[in-house]
Design a protein around this ligand. Structure first.
Ligand code: 13P
Length: 290
């Protein structure tokens, strides 16, 4: 379906609708044309709103203008709410570059700073981004693990304090809050234990406010669903998509050592990723919500 106006949206309405209707919008990390295509085409087939998340590492690999253009084409082709989200950005300069290109959803990650500095940095980004009609997510507490170039040692990670969360949201003016409740970026060495009591307290402090679950790869579906029932309206998934894509590609090339056509060898990789994207959309219960 060809939609005439590109429909890259901010995340305000999609997250509020998700909150009210009890599901979450999945945010899938994309890296190149193929991953954008897989995510958007699968979301369109399942009629799910979708967030395409790109880290600074992805932007330096693919180029901010290329990523922006790819997502705009995707939004022209498919009549579902699509947001391009700047995942884990740490500088206002990088954020501004994408805002100038038309991005409408931003995460400023100043969680490695102390509370007051975190607030000051986030506030500055909120003031800028809101002028562009863009929404802002920030993190309080700190997730461990690895997300592209962002590596946080377990000893430096800490959970979100519910009372500070309310103050943080009020003083910064953000539109959604990434919470640290026991998830981590990347693969888990042992079964993750999520602190649902803490999440419940955060929700009680911030009734009606969209919370974000980072590091959802490797979290059992029932735990993700429980997080959704406790106010997480955006669920971030990266690692669990990268693995099947890479495995299928590797297997294909091993089985077909003469293969040299990217249009052919990318196909099984895309198919493997598509299956996981569909599974995660259903886990988030966002299918049929676009
Ligand atoms: P995972 O790679 O653990 O799924 O984390 C994704 C994420 O939170 C991106 O910000």
């Amino acid at each position: 379906m060809l939609v005439t106006e590109p429909k890259i949206v901010n995340t305000k309405e999609m997250l509020l609708k998700a909150y009210q209707e009890g599901y979450a919008v999945p945010a899938f990390n994309i890296h190149n044309l193929e991953t954008v295509q897989v995510v958007v085409e699968t979301a369109a087939e399942l009629r799910s709103p979708v967030i395409l998340a790109a880290t600074p590492g992805t932007f330096s690999y693919s180029g901010r203008d290329y990523v922006q253009a790819m997502v705009e084409v995707a939004a022209k082709r498919h009549d579902i709410p699509i947001a391009l989200h700047l995942d884990h950005h740490e500088t206002i300069e990088a954020i501004k570059e994408s805002l100038d290109l038309g991005a409408k959803s931003v995460m400023i990650d100043a969680s490695h700073h102390n509370f007051e500095e975190n607030i000051a940095i986030v506030k500055e980004v909120v003031e800028l981004a809101h002028q562009y009609g863009a929404t802002v997510e920030a993190e309080l507490g700190r997730l461990g693990g690895q997300e592209d170039d962002l590596v946080v040692d377990e000893k430096d990670s800490f959970f979100t304090d519910p009372a500070s969360a309310k103050e943080f949201v009020e003083r910064t003016g953000i539109d959604s809050l990434a919470v640290a409740i026991g998830t981590a970026h990347g693969l888990y060495k042992s079964e993750p234990k999520l602190d649902f009591d803490r999440l419940k307290e955060i929700r009680e402090q911030l009734e009606g406010f969209p919370l974000v679950l980072h590091g959802a790869s490797g979290i059992p579906a029932e735990d993700v669903r429980r997080s959704i029932s406790l106010g997480c309206t955006k669920v971030n998934i990266a690692t669990e998509l990268k693995i099947p894509f890479s495995e299928a590609l590797r297997n294909f090339l091993v089985e077909n050592p003469e293969a040299n056509d990217p249009r052919k060898y990318m196909a099984p990789a895309k198919a493997a990723m598509k299956a996981v994207v569909a599974e995660k959309i259903r886990m988030c219960m966002s299918d049929g919500k676009a």
